[in-house]
Design a protein around this ligand. Structure first.
Ligand SMILES: [Zn+2]
Length: 300
């Protein structure tokens, strides 16, 4: 579920709560979630958390050697502390979320990972489903993770220029829905915010990326930034970690049959085998209803 706006606010909240704290240990409860073997999770013990960053939809917790233990073997870890920082990188996928809890609180089957901190507190990664999809990597450089290495420009970053956006649109012709959710084209956007961006830009989700005129390219570029930034402003005001229920500001996504906020036409949807998109047929597809794609095997 979480996309760039939720993860940006989550990153800021985690940075405030975690920077400077010491990791006491880490436990993975869902073995399929941990995608790396070396370095082992035990190597985190005794390290200070230096920073928290967001790379696309991946949250990275960077840990330095603890200054108090760097000159001698760690009292808590049997693994030699190297001087290179370690990055604990977490991709929440569809159903993951972070929560703080006392270390003594029991873990259950929904807890994928518990990062034990000082002051007897845990940062826990919870997956609210038994379909384990979230991933955890412990690496010395986040670019060692395939999904991070292939990320396109971040819409909040300086590299997200109109020129680069235009270039990415024209590189390969595909639907705008596909383009916006391709992490190697633009980082951080998923099914929900791509619907909202296309609504804001008044463009069909099935319009082809290489077929936009210059004015449409400019509109889509601006809509991408504006929709994400507005969502971040909304989620920041909550003063806590964002949740799915906080998406009260959406205009078309998950609003089937509700009036479009611009023209009052009921919002329509298109279903695929694994997902659903939402749009306004008046504002985005000049009155034309889009066909269902559930049985279309290869969506172009
Ligand atoms: Zn409308």
């Amino acid at each position: 579920m979480p996309e760039l706006p939720e993860l940006e606010v989550t990153k800021d909240r985690l940075r405030l709560a975690l920077a400077g704290r010491v990791v006491a240990g880490a436990v993975v409860r869902s073995p399929v979630a941990l995608k790396t073997v070396t370095p082992p999770l035990e190597a985190l013990a005794g390290r200070h958390i230096r920073s928290v960053s967001r790379l696309g939809k991946v949250i990275c917790i960077a840990c330095d050697c603890s200054p108090s233990t760097s000159s001698s073997p760690s009292a808590t870890s049997p693994f030699p502390l190297s001087t290179s920082p370690l990055h604990l990188c977490i991709h929440l996928m569809l159903s993951g979320r972070f929560a703080f809890a006392p270390t003594r609180a029991p873990l259950n089957r929904l807890h994928a990972l518990a990062l034990h901190l000082d002051r007897d507190e845990d940062l826990r990664v919870i997956e609210d489903t038994t379909r384990h999809r979230l991933s955890v990597h412990l690496v010395t450089d986040p670019r060692q993770i395939d999904i991070v290495a292939r990320l396109g420009p971040d819409p909040l970053g300086r590299e997200f220029t109109l020129a680069r956006f235009r270039q990415a649109l024209g590189r390969r012709s595909r639907t705008l829905k596909r383009f916006l959710t391709d992490q190697s084209a633009i980082a951080g956007i998923g099914n929900c915010f791509s619907d909202e961006i296309l609504f804001e830009a008044r463009l069909s989700p099935f319009a082809l990326s290489a077929g936009l005129d210059p004015e449409e390219v400019t509109r889509l570029h601006a809509a991408t930034k504006n929709v994400l930034q507005d969502a971040i402003v909304h989620l920041r005001a909550l003063d806590r970690l964002p949740e799915r229920k906080d998406r009260t500001f959406l205009r078309v996504h998950d609003r089937l049959g509700q009036p479009c906020p611009t023209c009052s036409t009921p919002v329509k949807r298109v279903s695929y085998s694994e997902s659903t998109l939402y749009y306004c047929p008046t504002c985005q597809t000049p009155g034309r209803e889009l066909a269902d794609r559930r049985f279309s095997k290869f969506l172009k």
